[in-house]
Ligand binder design. Structure first.
Ligand SMILES: Nc1nc2c(ncn2[C@@H]2O[C@H](COP(=O)(O)OP(=O)(O)OP(=O)(O)O)[C@@H](O)[C@H]2O)c(=O)[nH]1
Ligand SMILES: [Mg+2]
Length: 248
């Protein structure tokens, strides 16, 4: 049987998400896209054997693929490896989302619909209809600080600048220079958005309801957060002179 060639690839970086990943994959597969949609899980050899759970589903359904890396190399580097693989698979639309249950598969169709109009579409908690549901106050504070600090730093005209639930048209990922990005951690989300903006790609937002993770543990420690802020400052310095040549 020939391998399915997905037009849409949903790319999910995972580290210790075994409890979440099975249900999430099933929910994505039940969206009405048939063979046009593929799922790519990028796992860093999670000790809880997330990869084993994904492989088992992949054996039953060839739309599910696993990119297994030998060791934990960070959220950013996992995302970049996933984007390379999605391009290699021939995807026209690449959806990026978390594997912890915070991002709802039910929002994928509206991201894709908006991607007919925009080069990059963010799933946004802060546009009308969006929500940052049931998060503890300390996590809300972090989002608030990131949002206001980074929005001011980058001046990208979007409301949910740190959203990791988004849809790219292929050409955006081809042109942002995946191999020259400096982020290995969560700042990759900001870096790609900033570069895409500086290159003149159009960016839209659709509402999402973000749910706090119910199972598993966060990988976002205080140290990671501090590093992300410092990286954001470096990113701004590096790319602020990047000319908007307009997308080709
Ligand atoms: N492959 C890989 N995935 C990672 C790594 N670190 C985090 N992830 C995944 O990236 C996604 C986001 O990580 P989270 O721990 O949920 O961090 P967050 O969403 O910023 O913060 P919370 O939702 O508050 O926990 C999840 O799917 C993680 O499993 C990593 O080093 N490698
Ligand atoms: Mg999360």
């Amino acid at each position: 049987m020939p391998e399915p060639k997905p037009k849409i690839v949903v790319m999910i970086p995972t580290y210790n998400e075994r409890e979440n990943i099975g249900g999430l994959i099933q929910d994505i597969l039940s969206l009405p896209f048939g063979d046009e949609l593929g799922i790519l899980i990028v796992d860093d050899n999670s000790p809880d054997d997330t990869a084993g759970a994904v492989s088992e589903i992949g054996r039953r359904d060839p739309r599910v693929r696993l990119l297994l890396r030998r060791e934990k190399r960070g959220r950013g580097s996992a995302g970049i490896a996933g984007f390379h693989k999605a391009l290699e698979l021939g995807a026209e639309y690449i959806v990026e989302m978390d594997g912890d249950g915070s991002h709802q598969p039910a929002c994928i169709p509206s991201l894709l619909e908006a991607a007919l109009k925009y080069d990059l579409v963010l799933g946004s908690r802060f546009v009308e209809g969006g929500k940052d549901a049931d998060r503890p106050p300390q996590r809300r504070l972090v989002t608030f600080l990131v949002r206001h600090f980074v929005r001011r730093l980058f001046s990208v005209p979007v409301r949910d600048i740190s959203s990791g639930f988004r849809c790219f048209r292929r050409k955006v990922l081809e042109e942002v220079g995946l191999d020259t990005l400096i982020s290995t951690g969560p700042s990759v989300v900001l870096e790609i958005l900033y570069v895409a903006h500086r290159l003149g790609f159009s960016i839209g937002e659709v509402p999402i309801v973000f749910i706090d993770r119910k199972k598993g543990r966060t990988k976002l420690t205080g140290i990671t957060l501090g590093r992300t802020f410092l990286k954001a400052i470096r990113i701004r310095r590096m790319y602020r002179h990047l000319q908007s040549i307009g997308p080709t």
